[in-house]
Design a protein around this ligand. Structure first.
Ligand code: FES
Ligand SMILES: [Fe+2]
Length: 426
């Protein structure tokens, strides 16, 4: 449970709000590079932290992210002409380069220097890891990029897919930290009857894992301990990283990673990025295909035209009641569809004064506390350390089977094998 005041503080992301200012201290994954495929191609409208923006790739391939409206008379620049190293407003022809500087003002006399008096309307941009990153915070506080493992592997090792979810970003993140829902919400009866791996069996058999939740410099480490064989435990270690990243434990050989980015579009919409990567080899075409189109897809109903799921509240997420009796716990197809059904269904901003949190919710409590502490510290003038120290993001999610006698809290964390696993693989 959270007070109404803390819930507001946690969830409001607009400019000038305490959390909005905290979030603006970090680079924001804004677009996939492939959303702006070609120089002088079509501009793209976007909205981040409640701010309307327009992005374009200029003649040289550089990306600009500008305020959405022209500073002359506020016409939308999205309709503009992307030509000769700039975006030209269709209303009176003012033209802006990727930095947002007005470089041409044909509606004024040639001798006028009025264009030099118009403040730039662009934001700092970096393009790396197949992502266009933008920074909306104070210019003198420009941070470092987070050195997450998936951001440092070659393109062929990484697969990015994103969609828009109609709810606040915090409850979207909470869905990833709430590891105990896996055995319910994502339960597939066939997998339960015939588990393909021992891990699947352990996950299905131990529905109430024990938790270690450790606040860290980068956010939170979440260790879930499940019973494996009589003398072993199955450990899954996930991470939350400031302010909107998560990574989730993958297979025991650590050959694949999976994580999410939860970007607040505004107070009641979230751009959900699903990141799949392989530290040591390219992903195969088949596994990329399976993410959207396999028999058990991660996302089953993505509509590329809208960037939204076809399964939605209005059609009850295409829930099949017969399938719910015979095939899966939910009768909803797609892992993200299952998550989205419950997370959106809580309301655009969940009323946390009404909840009753148990021991399985420790990770959620820890994440909220970290975000609230960060925003409150910034109000006191303390800048977030993680924003400027990209190397803090090196720890990766992992899973392991370890003898039960190493399970004591601190012995577990000091175990050399655990230390090795905690370190990033690339
Ligand atoms: S409104 Fe854009 S040039 Fe006039
Ligand atoms: Fe989930």
């Amino acid at each position: 449970m959270l007070s109404a005041e803390d819930n507001e503080l946690l969830c409001r992301v607009g400019a000038g709000t305490p959390m909005g200012e905290f979030l603006r201290r970090f680079w924001i994954p804004a677009l996939k590079s492939s959303d702006l495929p070609a120089p002088d191609g079509d501009p793209v409208e976007l909205r981040l932290l409640g701010e309307d923006l327009v992005a374009f790739r200029d003649t040289t391939g550089q990306v600009g992210v500008l305020q959405a409206r022209c500073p002359h008379r506020q016409a939308p620049l999205f309709y503009g002409r992307n030509e000769a190293c700039g975006l030209r407003c269709i209303y009176h022809g003012w033209k802006f380069d990727v930095a947002g500087t007005c470089v041409d003002m044909p509606s004024e006399p040639p001798e006028s220097n009025f264009k030099d008096k118009v403040p730039p309307i662009g934001y700092p941009v970096q393009e790396t890891s197949d992502i266009v990153w933008v920074y909306l915070g104070p210019r003198d506080k420009q941070p470092a990029l987070p050195e997450l493992e998936w951001a440092r592997v070659p393109s062929e090792h990484r697969y990015l897919v994103k969609y828009n979810q109609a709810c606040n970003y915090v409850q979207a993140i909470e869905g990833d930290l709430d590891s105990s829902h896996i055995g319910f919400l994502h339960m597939d009866f066939e997998a339960l009857r015939h588990p393909k791996t021992p891990e699947a069996r352990w996950r299905a058999q131990d529905l109430a894992p024990r938790w270690i939740v450790e606040p860290t410099d980068y956010g939170l480490m979440l260790a879930a301990q499940r019973n494996a064989e009589p003398d072993t435990f199955y450990w899954r270690i996930n991470h939350y990283y400031f302010p909107w990243y998560t990574t989730i434990a993958g297979p025991l050989d650590q050959s694949r990673g999976h994580g999410h980015i939860w970007i607040p579009v505004d107070d009641i919409h979230t751009e959900v990025w699903c990141v799949t990567w392989a530290p040591n080899e390219p992903l195969t075409e088949e596994e990329k295909f399976n993410i959207l189109s396999g028999p058990n897809p991660h996302i089953a109903s993505l509509d590329p035209a809208t960037g939204k799921l076809r399964a939605k509240k209005e059609n009850h997420f295409l829930q099949d009641r017969e399938a719910q009796r015979t095939t899966s716990f939910t009768g909803i197809r797609g892992v993200r569809e299952q998550d989205t059904a419950v997370v959106e269904g809580m309301g655009a901003i969940v009323d946390r004064t009404k909840e009753h949190l148990g021991t399985s919710d420790l990770a959620i409590i820890g994440m909220r506390r970290q975000l609230l502490n960060g925003a409150n510290a910034l109000l006191q003038g303390v800048e977030p350390a993680a924003a400027t120290r990209g190397e803090l993001y090196h720890p990766r999610a992992w899973s392991a089977v370890l003898p039960r006698d190493r399970a004591e809290r601190f012995l577990f964390l000091e175990d050399p094998e655990v230390q090795k696993l905690m370190a990033t693989l690339v």
